[in-house]
Write a protein that binds this ligand. Structure first.
Ligand code: ZN
Length: 461
């Protein structure tokens, strides 16, 4: 009798364990299934990248950027279009982790908890993705880069739609490179979307941040003048400027990009106020762009010497900024202080997807409206008095600031331009960085000009 009881106890425990296991498995499926299915080691889906049944990807004008035909993934027929949209669309693999073919894999493949990947076609909700980008503008920006590496991003700062986003190096998703030891360096950085995932030394575009800190903390800044003799001792050591600007105020300091003005300001403002301004303007933040994070920039002067602090105010020292983050800052200056929420995916057919989850569009305050207005005017003055409107085709009212960042002494520089348009019908914010680009105005300037003119044409059509 005792033996029977022991046995039934044993069976009871086994049954209990069995049901506990089933419950554990079911709960896990519910929580993790859609990420499991996307893993490249999942043989069902990774044969042809798991995209054998995936939907189409359209640009904003209905141009097909990727589609599946007879189980094969076919990208746009135009070579330059494929290369210029690679980092937004993605390839068959999950190599570009921020691309929509990686991030929206479940939606594209029509993965369902009930049916898995075998959901009958007739049951499937739509699984086509329509993007906000204009592939023609991406191609134009890619061609303007002319083989140089870097990042270009243009967005509508009233809606947050990203119209143009290009990252180089790039490759053809239709014929992805087979990496060998010999060609590995050739594709260095090609798997990163530099718009979202790279940060660069900002150089003079960081003077916008220092100007914001001065505007918010120095009541007499408008009447203040500085002396530039081509160099000055600030914080015990030398800071150099590209020119002898003589007596100069804040507005001309930005327009002429005088180092002495902004190095002096950073030194006087001090570590805490400069750090507060950098944080307020998002330099140390990561943003969520349609479930893909941007890399954080860096403003860290904790261990900086007084002279380092001065250099940090002109975008050197250890400063880093990310192109998308700078574009977001431009949207805030253009929008009276409220930043846009950028996104790549406009709609997913047959789903209740919305680009905004819980956050109101254009509602996020980033800087005081008075500061935004003043910076807006200063950046407009920089173009009208220095760069010239002809640079941007003459039919747009552009506000901008360039930067030429010294990466390593004696080596070539990274060239930046950031800005926005004032045109009501073409509200564009942009950021362009060109690696080894020498001067911001001459290298990044024409790329930005080509990209925003292409985007303007799209919005005006
Ligand atoms: Zn100067």
């Amino acid at each position: 009798m005792k033996q029977v009881r022991t046995r039934s106890m044993f069976v009871f425990v086994l049954v209990l364990l069995f049901f506990a296991g089933i419950i554990y498995f079911t709960v896990n499926i519910c929580i993790n299934a859609d990420s499991w299915v996307q893993h490249s080691y999942n043989g069902h889906t990774s044969g042809s990248g798991g995209l054998e049944k995936a939907g189409k990807i359209f640009d904003r004008n209905g141009v097909v950027l990727a589609q599946t035909v007879d189980g094969s993934r076919i990208y746009n027929e135009d070579y330059d279009t494929r290369l210029s949209t690679l980092h937004v669309v993605g390839d068959n693999s999950l190599n570009i982790s921020t691309a929509v073919q990686s991030v929206y894999r479940s939606e594209l493949t029509g993965f369902s908890y009930i049916w898995g990947l075998e959901m009958p076609q007739s049951f499937r909700g739509g699984n086509n993705l329509t993007l906000t980008i204009d592939s023609d503008a991406c191609k134009t920006a890619y061609n303007a880069l002319g083989g140089m590496n870097g990042a270009v991003v243009v967005m509508n700062y009233k809606t947050g739609e990203i119209l143009c986003s290009v990252s180089c190096k790039t490759y053809d998703p239709q014929n992805p490179p087979e990496l060998t030891e010999e060609n590995e360096s050739e594709y260095d950085g090609a798997y990163l979307n530099h718009v979202l995932s790279s940060s660069y030394t900002p150089g003079s575009i960081f003077k916008i941040v220092t100007a914001a800190a001065a505007l918010e903390n120095m009541p007499d800044i408008d009447s203040r003048t500085f002396e530039c003799n081509g160099s000055a001792i600030i914080g015990g050591e030398e800071v150099t400027c590209m020119a002898h600007h003589g007596t100069i105020n804040l507005d001309d300091g930005l327009a002429q990009s005088c180092n002495i003005v902004f190095a002096q300001l950073a030194y006087e403002l001090g570590r805490d106020k400069m750090t507060a301004a950098a944080n307020e303007l998002g330099v140390n933040s990561s943003y969520d762009i349609g479930h893909a994070p941007t890399v954080k920039g860096q403003y860290d002067v904790k261990n900086a010497s007084d002279n380092d602090l001065a250099w940090s105010g002109i975008g050197q020292y250890t400063d880093l900024t990310n192109p998308m983050q700078m574009c977001i800052l431009m949207s805030a200056i253009a929008n009276g202080g409220n930043r846009a929420e950028p996104y790549y995916v406009q709609s997913i057919s047959g789903s209740d997807y919305s680009p905004f989850t819980g956050t109101e569009q254009s509602g996020k305050a980033m800087l005081k409206s008075s500061t935004a207005q003043k910076l807006n005017d200063m950046m407009r003055y920089t173009v009208s008095s220095n760069y010239g409107d002809y640079m941007f085709g003459g039919n747009l009212t552009v506000c901008a600031k360039t930067g030429t960042a010294e990466v390593k002494e004696g080596e070539s520089n990274d060239a930046w331009i950031v800005g926005f348009t004032r045109d009501e019908d073409v509200p564009l914010a942009f950021a362009v960085v060109v690696e080894d680009g020498n001067f911001g105005l001459t290298t990044a300037g024409p790329v930005a000009s080509a990209a925003i003119q292409a985007c303007a044409q799209t919005l005006r059509n």
